[in-house]
Design a protein around this ligand. Structure first.
Ligand SMILES: [Zn+2]
Length: 121
């Protein structure tokens, strides 16, 4: 049920998924909603009011990255975050292996496997 019109703008979200937004423009600084999604920043104080709902959504996503994954309600978002976490842990694991810190590498490996399980389950 897509309602495409002249104000519909297509954007890529942070997972490179094709997405669309109903374009809106801040009347004061002319920052557009798709610009906000792309840059995660607004042009003026008025934007905070104008894009209030969208900003809250983005903030929730960012909080999700910091909190435990289980607290993120949207499945899609948590999967993205788990993937990011796995990538980061893989990097740490490689570094630990390079330093011959096998204990740490093993702990990290277990963490990665647990996250992979969450991703598939
Ligand atoms: Zn503005």
């Amino acid at each position: 049920m897509f309602d495409f019109n002249a104000n519909t703008k297509f954007v890529f979200d942070d997972n490179d998924n094709f997405n669309y937004v109903q374009e809106r423009t801040c009347p004061r600084c002319k920052t557009t909603l798709s610009e906000f999604y792309r840059t995660n920043s607004v042009g003026c104080a008025n934007c905070y009011k104008f894009f209030e709902e969208e900003i809250r959504t983005v903030l929730l996503k960012q909080q999700g990255a910091m909190n435990h994954v289980g607290k993120v309600s949207t499945k899609h978002i948590s999967k993205v975050k788990i993937k990011e976490q796995i990538e980061q842990l893989e990097q740490e694991k490689n570094e630990a292996a390079k330093d011959e810190d096998f204990m740490r590498a093993e702990i990290l490996k277990n963490k990665i496997e647990k996250l992979r399980g969450e991703l598939n389950g």
